[in-house]
Design a protein around this ligand. Structure first.
Ligand code: 5AD
Ligand code: SF4
Length: 462
């Protein structure tokens, strides 16, 4: 009999991508093979995101479409996982509208996938197994990582911050740090396999280690990880400005491995809004933090996340956000319209004091216009500079061009000589052109890294 095939559809953040790699690893162990598309699969896992309504709508739409595939192939197994599965509203919707789904499991028990799958395949009913809270951190799970030289490594799960707009503390549970030793072992093993661009992950990596005995912190961990031979770039995501310590800034500034890309989600520039968001910093203390970052890491590339249209946000509040963006001059910002999330305090306020939709959209547009201008200017300032880039692949739009990334995650396009395979190599380039969203450049020297054998199959994830 031919091997069964799986397809994992992943929505949302890098934490979800990492979870999908772990699910894929477990399925490999069960003898499954990756399928190239969902139509070729015997098992489809939908790894969902609940952070905004739009992500949920996409997942609901996709689950709805899968009904046709299931009608054509009744032996197809459909599983829904991820943050949406932790929400009672999703379970109610699935039981009512999606009888084609065989299995629902959550973020806290994805290590049980093999047994849950067996149960679902033996049952005529939808199997729903969602844990309300997290158990202990589970180590040594198999994993099927993406091809290439980039790897994600979890260091802390969950979030205790309870920002009033955010669903994550409900879907991902309390903060739980991994011990330093298994993280170091994992990164050493990855480096030996040829992974050179390592990103340590958590909903809030700056809380890392506060729950360990003895206490550790992110700076301690990064110092240990940068000692590992073979690691060229070390990244961390995502950060909370409140716990971004001076020690961490000093460690990053002094390091030539920890990338000087500093992502510091500010969310808003108005103090009353920040207070109601429960962010526990003010515009002034955030700007002071940015000054300290710029002082110790002069070439820092700063990026942020911003929400517009939080309940009760006035025009004056929004102007404070614009003012903050003008002062910080971020390289890029991820901008979102506030989306009410079930169970969160802000969702109740949205019922009483919403910002009208056209106003939300207008604010988003004004914010993006300002940020795009700043991004363009920041990119122009890089013309003539030399940067080390990682060659990530052939450009989708033009096969005579390589798409590369700088340490700050900026895209650089360089001409491709078909006789030279630069894939997954680190190459010095000189920046020759700049647009809002990407740079162009020319190769300015030989690759600094060895070619890495591409051993693994592309993951069947979108
Ligand atoms: N509405 C809009 N954006 C949100 N984010 C988190 N929750 C919401 C919400 N309810 C944004 C924040 C966060 C990013 C990952 O998503 O900006 O930093
Ligand atoms: Fe959500 Fe705030 Fe936790 Fe980030 S820090 S995951 S925004 S609650």
């Amino acid at each position: 009999m031919s091997q069964p095939r799986y397809f994992i559809k992943t929505y949302g953040c890098q934490m979800n991508e990492r979870d999908s790699e772990i699910m894929a690893g477990q399925l490999d162990m069960l003898g499954y093979q990756p399928a190239l598309t969902d139509r070729d699969a015997d098992l489809i896992v939908i790894n969902t995101c609940a952070v905004r309504g739009s992500a949920e709508e996409h997942a609901f739409g996709y689950i709805g479409q899968l009904r046709q595939l299931k009608d054509k192939n009744p032996s197809l197994t459909l599983a829904v996982a991820g943050c949406m599965a932790q929400e009672p509203g999703t379970i109610a919707w699935l039981t009512k509208h999606a009888p084609q789904v065989d299995l629902v499991f959550g973020t806290h028990n994805l290590h049980q996938l093999p047994e849950l799958l067996e149960k679902a395949q033996d049952s005529d009913e939808m199997v729903i197994d969602v844990w309300k809270s997290a158990g202990d951190v589970v180590e040594h799970l198999p994993s099927h990582r993406k091809d290439g030289v980039k790897a994600f490594v979890n260091i802390i799960y969950g979030c205790d911050k309870f920002c009033t707009y955010c669903i994550v503390p409900f879907t991902r549970g309390k903060e739980r740090s991994r011990e330093i030793e298994p993280i170091v072992d994992e990164v050493k093993a990855l480096a030996l396999e040829g992974f050179q661009d390592i990103t340590v992950l958590g909903q809030n990596v700056n809380s890392y280690g506060h729950d360990l005995e003895p206490k550790r912190d992110l700076a301690d961990l990064l110092v240990e990880l940068e000692r590992i031979d073979g690691v060229r770039w070390l990244r961390y995501t995502t950060s909370h400005p409140r716990d971004f310590s001076q020690h961490l800034i000093d460690v990053i500034g002094a390091s030539n491995k920890i990338t000087h890309h500093v992502h510091l989600p500010v969310q808003a520039g108005s103090n009353p809004i920040l207070k109601r968001m429960n962010r526990k910093y003010t515009k002034e203390s955030y700007l002071d933090l940015i000054d300290r970052v710029k002082e110790k890491i002069p070439d820092a590339s700063l990026t942020t996340d911003i929400i517009v249209g939080f309940p009760g946000e006035t025009e004056a509040d929004f102007e404070e956000t614009l003012d903050l963006v003008r002062r910080v001059r971020y390289d890029a910002a991820f901008t979102f319209i506030y989306s009410p999330r079930e169970k969160t305090p802000a969702a109740r306020w949205e019922g009483r004091d919403p910002v009208p939709n056209p106003v939300k959209k207008d604010r988003l547009n004004r914010l993006m216009e300002l940020q795009y201008q700043i991004s363009w200017e920041a990119n122009q300032a890089l013309i003539g500079k030399e940067e080390l880039v990682l060659v990530e692949g052939v450009s989708k739009k033009n096969d005579r061009v390589w798409a590369c990334r700088t340490h700050a995650n900026k895209v650089v396009l360089i001409d491709r000589d078909p006789g030279q395979d630069l894939l997954d190599r680190f190459v010095p380039v000189r920046i020759t052109g700049a647009k809002t969203f990407y740079l162009s450049g020319v190769q300015a020297g030989e690759p600094v890294s060895d070619a890495v054998p591409r051993r693994r199959l592309e993951l069947p994830m979108v």
